[in-house]
Design a protein around this ligand. Structure first.
Ligand code: ADP
Ligand code: ADP
Length: 223
């Protein structure tokens, strides 16, 4: 079965239709890229998949379950399996929290925090994304953009996701560190069998990284 199915998705902002009848499906372990000009509805599609914006019409199915039909309470265990990584490495981390608290937060919120084993789990997650465990005590402003993006990926992994929704995850990074973060994402995908919905407008990256590419324009799929 599919990991993710989007059927006839429609999302409006007031009178403006940002996503206008988009359909696609993604298999476990597959990377599907969304490409297209600024404003064509890529991010809005991502927000709808994450259920951070409820669609006006259409369906979003995760592992065959229709998310749009569920209440917030029913969504909670499924949300864990669909994790976002956003573009702004600093903006997506809480500036006042130490890195270890940011990575531990999903475990605590989800009732999975064990004081005996939690700290080692955080260390393991930081090492998994290529960060020295000594970074645990730092705050975001003490890290580079690339390092912050790795923290964001570690936090996503803490939830044990099946699908990552990556909205321009390397676009805000220094070009010299983009390849390192992309290689990390490729390793995680291969090791953990994660599916990726990957928003990216860098053709070279898309071609290298994605199994399939969907082109959008004015809220619709063009190819
Ligand atoms: P993309 O990610 O492809 O750049 P978006 O999904 O961000 O496109 O935007 C699609 C359309 O929706 C654009 O016309 C944009 O201006 C509009 N839009 C996006 N977010 C909002 C918002 N919060 N309020 C109103 N309009 C928005
Ligand atoms: P890198 O390429 O090393 O991953 P960046 O090129 O994003 O990191 O940033 C270079 C330096 O500028 C880093 O040391 C980082 O601390 C700092 N920096 C970049 N963006 C920000 C920001 N939005 N807020 C604070 N510091 C920043």
């Amino acid at each position: 079965g599919y990991l993710l199915e989007v059927r006839d998705l429609v999302v409006r902002y007031g009178a403006a239709t940002a996503v206008d009848g988009v359909s696609f499906a993604l298999s476990p372990g597959e990377t599907l890229a969304l490409d297209g000009p600024s404003g064509c509805g890529k991010s809005t599609t991502a927000l709808a998949v994450l259920q951070l914006r409820r669609p006006d019409a259409g369906e979003v199915l995760f592992e065959g379950r229709e998310l749009t039909a569920l209440s917030e309470r029913e969504l909670r265990p499924l949300r864990r399996r669909v994790q976002p990584v956003f573009q702004d490495p600093y903006g997506s981390l809480s500036p006042r929290h130490r890195i270890r608290d940011t990575v531990a937060e999903p475990l605590k919120v989800q009732g999975r925090w064990n004081p005996d084993t939690g700290p080692a789990k955080v260390t393991e997650l930081l090492e998994r994304v290529g960060l020295d465990p000594s970074y645990a005590a730092r705050r975001p402003h003490e890290l580079s953009g690339g390092q912050c993006q790795r923290v964001g990926i570690a936090r996503a992994l803490a939830s044990e996701p099946r699908l990552l929704v990556l909205d321009e995850p390397v676009s805000a990074l220094d070009p010299s560190v983009r390849a390192g973060v992309l290689n990390l994402l490729a390793d995680l995908r291969d090791e953990l069998g994660l599916g990726y919905l990957f928003i990216c407008h860098d053709r070279a990256v898309v071609r290298h990284f994605a199994d399939r590419v969907i082109e959008m324009r004015d809220g619709r799929i063009t190819s």
